[in-house]
Write a protein that binds this ligand. Structure first.
Ligand SMILES: O=C(O)CCC(=O)C(=O)O
Ligand SMILES: [Fe+2]
Length: 341
């Protein structure tokens, strides 16, 4: 497997999968890429992907837009407030809303942040044409063009999902027919999440008591994550449970990971790996002060909610009986989302 060892703090080694020659997924080179991708998904559950086909300008533009949104006054952001029900995963959530209670977006209130709270604010949106869930946008005049540009970005991600991610997964997992995942992801039930981790006193994170986002696994089929240059993302080591390794930003790549849904679907052959965001690595001699703010944009890919999935072909047999009952996607996802709010 191709590996890289970018070092910030501790040395790390996550697979890097290069999709440059994936083409339409039919060549021998595409098969080789898919094989490497499968090994990464099985052994680590995480990989960097390069040559996604998504231009740096597109990504930069979306980060700029995200910063503009989070810069809006809190009263304006609250006009697009996330509903109280966890499954209605749309709109703005202020610092500390996810998991526990509502708190103001104010670093001075840090003392009130209880154990377990994530120090982040977020804005979630998805496919504009999804009947079951409407997007919740701020008023157009608060940030002209926000909706249009955000939707364009999610379309670019969707194209990456359908042209590369889903075909490569099907091609790579032994026993899964070509194009198998397409029929389960027809409705583009995906979610873009704009995340902002405000600047905060470093000691809050350095002690290890507080996280920007606590250790968790994602619920979905799989996720692609765009991160800015701040750093702080960490993934549990496949070799040493409990040990987290840094996943620093590498220009020109996205971070890919398997979600719980696909882990279950694959009879636990693919791994949904714990990850978290802590303070960015400190520079030598740095004694604290404020940590830099962080922006990131995960794109969560969900399968169609009205479909029932049984264990993937090729992922069970006499040596590996099915571990799970067939499950309705919608029921599974709502159960997980409701538990998070
Ligand atoms: O901000 C990040 O880099 C990670 C975000 C994440 O893991 C999530 O929202 O599920
Ligand atoms: Fe995550």
């Amino acid at each position: 497997m191709e590996k890289t060892s970018p070092t910030i703090g501790a040395a790390i080694s996550l697979p890097v999968i290069d999709f440059a020659n994936f083409g339409d997924g039919t060549s021998a080179e595409a098969r080789e890429i898919a094989d490497k991708f499968f090994v990464a998904c099985r052994d680590v559950g995480f990989a960097y992907i390069k040559n996604t086909g998504i231009s740096q300008d597109t990504v930069d533009d979306m980060f700029e837009l995200s910063a503009k949104f989070f810069n809006l006054p809190i009263e304006v952001k609250q006009k697009a407030l996330h509903p109280p029900e966890g499954w209605k995963h749309r709109g703005y959530s202020g610092v500390g809303v996810e998991k526990v209670s509502e708190m103001g977006f104010d670093t001075n209130k840090l003392a009130l942040v209880s154990e377990g709270l994530d120090f982040k604010e977020s804005f979630d949106y998805g496919n504009e044409n999804l009947a079951r869930l409407q997007n919740i946008w701020p008023p157009e005049d608060a940030l002209p063009g926000f909706r249009e540009r955000a939707v364009a970005f999610s379309n670019v991600c969707r194209e990456f999902q359908t042209s590369k991610i889903l075909p490569a997964l099907a091609l790579g997992i032994p026993g899964v027919p070509k194009g198998f995942f397409d029929q389960y992801h027809e409705q583009a039930d995906n979610q873009v999440r704009l995340l902002h981790y405000p600047a905060a006193p470093a000691e809050v994170f350095l002690s290890g008591e507080r996280c920007r986002i606590n250790a968790h696994t994602d619920f979905d089929t799989c996720t692609v994550l765009f991160q800015d240059d701040c750093g702080g993302l960490e993934v549990e080591s496949p070799d040493e449970p409990g040990k987290f390794i840094p996943v620093p930003p590498i220009p020109g790549t996205v971070v890919f990971n398997i979600g719980d849904f696909l882990m279950r679907w694959s009879n636990d052959i693919l791994k949904s790996t714990l990850h978290r965001v802590r303070a960015p690595p400190q520079k030598e001699g740095d004694t604290g002060g404020m940590t830099k703010e962080r922006f990131s944009i995960p794109y969560f890919m969900g399968s169609d909610q009205d479909k029932v999935v049984d264990c993937l072909p090729g992922c069970f047999g006499p040596d590996r009986p099915k571990r799970y009952e067939p499950v309705n996607t919608g029921q599974y996802m709502n159960m997980r989302l409701n538990a998070a709010y």
